[in-house]
Design a protein around this ligand. Structure first.
Ligand SMILES: [Zn+2]
Length: 176
């Protein structure tokens, strides 16, 4: 077996490709996207730290999974796996300073052909979502939406870098 490198990084344009064919051929692609290209996320991140946002790395993998259909026959169901790795600068709601929030996403989508099929698909089990595919599929838009869903409700440092008032008085002379 030769390496499957030929099927890697096949996306000339991740903003417009045939996701049905991508999944059917079980192709793979990876790339980077900048926060500047993600309008929903751009609203959420700290604007003055924009220049420090590193590129987010993504990968997409098409897969066919054998599943039992209603008539007890096995059918190959199309799936798309999306992974994302990187960090976004958010404003800490505790100390109001910016910090890099690490983000890791690994999600499977079941690809359906229309919204009626999406409604009929099994409920989201927390690891698999259902999306309507397209012959002009926009992966970057999907990344934007998925990142937005993954942002913390209340962004904050694990530990704020500023010394808390109660610690200033500990072991130091603060009376004046
Ligand atoms: Zn903080």
């Amino acid at each position: 077996m030769s390496q499957s490198l030929s099927s890697s990084a096949v996306l000339d344009n991740p903003r417009m490709f045939d996701v049905f064919a991508f999944v059917r051929k079980q192709q793979q692609a990876c790339g980077e996207v900048l926060v500047q290209d993600l309008p929903r996320i751009l609203n959420e991140v700290t604007p003055d730290k924009l220049v420090q946002h590193p590129a987010l790395r993504w990968s997409a993998t098409g897969a066919l999974r054998q599943e039992l259909a209603a008539d007890d026959k096995t059918v190959a169901m199309p799936y798309l796996r999306l992974t994302l790795q990187g960090a976004l600068w958010l404003e800490c709601q505790r100390c109001l300073e910016s910090y890099p929030e690490p983000l890791t996403i690994d999600i499977w989508y079941r690809i359906v052909e229309n919204s009626a099929q999406a409604d009929a698909a099994p409920a989201n089990d927390g690891h698999t979502d259902v999306i309507v595919g397209s012959h002009q599929f926009d992966l970057i838009d999907l990344i934007d939406e998925e990142l937005l869903l993954s942002l913390p409700l209340v962004p904050k440092h694990p530990v704020c870098p500023f010394v808390h008032e109660s610690i200033i008085g500990y072991g130091a002379e603060t009376s004046n």
